[in-house]
Design a protein around this ligand. Structure first.
Ligand code: LIP
Length: 271
């Protein structure tokens, strides 16, 4: 844990808290307005306000750094090929939950240095839960060390997943849900990938799988790794893509359940 990374983590926590305050104020005081990107993806004025706050703070503190953000700069090219430090931001992960008054939403901010996700922060302002991790520095919830659950019996495992806004290819997802329900204790669909993955890290869930966008999982995946999770993909990662940034078919669980859950998800493909 270098002093520079410590300072970056402290900065990240501060701006996550600041964005969280904006998000809560939009729910409590401001008029919440929303629109749909690409026809199906909800975005609210709170997403945009939090995104602007985070991006402005990063650009002021670290002017030479790049930002990948769901709302303002979703595509700055291949993160793996960028030479500058990169911030990966989802101002509100779980936007639909937020817009419907649910509290399962979070600010997700990851810091990438020399192509390595080095700091991850996921903050739920509604529960005041700050999940943090630095590469090789462990994972924490509100400063307390956290670790994945040690469940090894798939039949006792609670597994979370989610579904894309675009619903044209639902059959494979339905098959996977059927197989997981046939082999596990139960499924949860909580609506925020970043929090799903952090809940695996803290042991509230035993596993998680889904296809996403990089801003949904970049921070939480580091937190889960530092909490002892095995983070992989239930489909083959293309050779040229760094698994840290590969957004398809994520599978995150503990070492004992990983091969079991992988086999269940693969059995759904076989049908
Ligand atoms: C959401 C993810 C969730 C997924 C939704 C959506 P958003 O991110 O956190 O797990 O199932 O389809 O992608 O859009 O709220 O930032």
């Amino acid at each position: 844990m270098t002093r520079e990374l410590q300072e970056i983590q402290e900065f990240t926590i501060r701006i996550a808290q600041g964005a969280g305050k904006i998000i809560c104020e939009h729910r409590e005081e401001a008029e919440l307005t929303s629109e749909f990107k690409r026809g199906t993806e909800l975005v609210t004025n709170a997403d945009l306000a939090a995104d602007k706050y985070i991006s402005d703070a990063i650009q002021q503190q670290y002017p030479g750094h790049l930002i990948v953000s769901e709302e303002s700069s979703p595509d700055i090219g291949n993160i793996q090929k960028l030479k500058q430090p990169v911030w990966i931001v989802d101002p509100i992960d779980g936007t639909v939950n937020f817009a419907h008054g649910h509290n399962q939403s979070a600010v997700s901010i990851a810091f990438v240095n020399q192509h390595q996700v080095s700091v991850g922060v996921v903050f739920n302002p509604f529960t005041d839960e700050m999940f943090t991790a630095q590469k090789d520095g462990g994972a924490f919830l509100n400063g307390e060390a956290i670790q994945v659950a040690q469940e090894s019996n798939l039949r006792r495992a609670i597994i979370a997943t989610g579904f894309p806004y675009e619903k044209s290819n639902m059959e494979p997802m339905i098959r996977r849900v059927r197989e997981v329900l046939n082999h596990c204790a139960d499924i949860r669909r909580l609506g925020s990938a970043a929090l799903d993955i952090c809940w695996v890290a803290v042991g509230r869930l035993d596993g998680y799988y889904e296809s996403l966008s990089v801003w949904d999982f970049a921070a939480a995946r580091l937190i889960a790794l530092e909490a002892g999770a095995k983070c992989g993909n239930f489909s083959e990662v293309p050779e040229e893509i760094d698994p840290q940034f590969y957004d398809q078919d994520l599978l995150i669980t503990n070492e004992a359940l990983y091969p079991q859950l992988l086999a269940v998800l693969h059995s759904a493909e076989g049908h």
